[in-house]
Design a protein around this ligand. Structure first.
Ligand code: NAD
Ligand code: DEZ
Length: 376
């Protein structure tokens, strides 16, 4: 263990590893406890709080060694400029657009996210949305366009191929392959469904920025019957352009993420075929894997063995992809996405979903199970 990691503030109790964590991280105490981090400290103290309430003042008061967040806590100079205690930041999420990684590196603070943790959960969300709106796809294979072929996009492609669907994929940062087989325009113009699986990046961050990648020009290239699904990040779609497009084409659109979340205008949700509260990755497996991955990374940083795994924390899984494929009528039992849609619409007040209600639905979300996928 690096000897500078602990007890570097005069006020800290000797031999205590102090962790500040977003209370929305699953099974925190199963992973982060004195037994599982033995060798790092005699005691482990976890202080939890809502992700949006982790502020610079809060951290200054607590002086934690470790900060564990999810996607709603921006981790940057504003949060950490006056903090000398944090030595490790873990985000139990795939997305990292809330983390200023260059700043952490410059400060010598170790960072890990949970790449791929919910890739099956999100792919299953997309399939559920598509089959719910268009059950005919069970027997009439569509052409699926996938923008972004990393962990989630490539997993979705596996399911689509298993269903006999044609896949058109676009990812300019990966080599050409059997699924990375199209230009952006080909995907936009020739798909029956388009699903977005890119990180949120600006023109300063990437040669292929994704912020407002789907704008009026891109929407104009899609056939009006093309179903558009966004479970990546809200700002990948220019929301005002999307609303104008839906008004004109009556396109079916599914959003799990929103440009202005956690506040959602009723005008937006009213225009959508399915609207959910950023829960595409919210399965028991997806969340536990996220926790496991940041626990593993902390152990690695501290030079400790990994002693906790998610398997003993998972009850038997009755949901199997192979069973669903043979009996599509099971879909609502596997995942009734319209319940999530109804729950979000039910909290519209004064012309919008209020941020506190959006966050509340996410905090209290009954975690789904991921369908077991032995075939892949
Ligand atoms: N809704 C949810 O609950 C949820 C859950 C998990 C992840 N996400 C989001 O999904 C995103 C994708 O996740 P992932 O695990 O597949 O990430 P990933 O990093 O494995 O893959 C992203 C892919 O996008 C590609 N890409 C980047 N810019 C592109 C562009 N301009 N055009 C096309 N492709 C581009 C990259 O090359 C990469 O292969 C995450 O960044 C995260 O924001 C959402
Ligand atoms: O990037 C991700 O992994 C997801 O978007 C993540 O699951 C979002 O959920 P949150 O971190 O806000 O709980």
């Amino acid at each position: 263990m690096p000897d500078t990691f602990l007890n570097h503030t005069p006020t800290k109790k000797a031999h205590t590893l102090t962790i500040v964590a977003d209370s929305n991280i699953a099974s925190l105490s199963d992973f982060f406890n004195a037994h599982n981090l033995a060798g790092a400290a005699e005691t482990v103290e976890i202080i939890t709080c809502a992700g949006r309430e982790i502020t610079a003042d809060f951290l200054a008061n607590i002086q934690p060694d470790v900060l564990l967040v999810r996607s709603v806590t921006p981790v940057n100079e504003t949060l950490l400029a006056d903090n000398n205690s944090v030595r490790f930041v873990g985000s139990a999420t795939i997305g990292t657009d809330h983390i200023d990684q260059a700043y952490l590196k410059a400060r010598g603070i170790a960072f890990a996210n949970a790449a791929g943790c919910s890739k099956h959960s999100v792919a299953q969300y997309v399939l559920t949305a598509a089959f719910t709106l268009r059950p005919e796809y069970w027997h009439d294979a569509p052409t699926l366009g996938i923008i972004g072929l990393g962990n989630i996009g490539s997993t979705l492609a596996l399911y689509a191929k298993d269903l006999g669907w044609q896949v058109l994929g676009y990812d300019p940062l990966l080599p050409v392959s059997d699924v990375n087989n199209s230009t952006l325009d080909e995907v936009l113009q020739s798909s029956s469904i388009i699903s977005l699986h890119v990180p949120l990046t600006s023109a300063q961050q990437s040669d292929y920025p994704t912020e407002h990648l789907i704008d009026a020009e891109a929407l104009a290239k899609m056939h009006k019957d093309t179903l558009l699904i966004n479970s990546a990040r809200g700002a990948v779609i220019a929301e005002a352009d999307l609303l104008a497009d839906i008004a004109k084409t009556e396109r079916q659109v599914v959003l799990d993420v929103f440009e202005h979340e956690p506040t959602i205008a009723a005008q937006t949700s009213d225009a959508l075929s399915i609207a959910t509260m950023h829960i595409a990755g919210y399965t028991l497996e997806g969340k536990l894997r996220g926790t496991q991955m940041i626990y593993d990374a902390l152990c690695q940083t501290l030079g400790l063995p990994i002693v906790q795994r998610i398997e003993p924390l998972l009850p038997a899984n009755p949901y199997h992809w192979a069973a669903l494929k043979d009996a599509p009528q099971l879909l609502p039992e596997f995942y009734d996405i319209m319940q999530d849609d109804a729950a979000l619409r039910a909290v519209v007040t004064e012309g919008q979903v209020q941020g506190k209600d959006f966050d509340g639905l996410r905090r209290n979300y009954p975690l789904r199970r991921e369908w077991a996928f032995a075939a892949f």
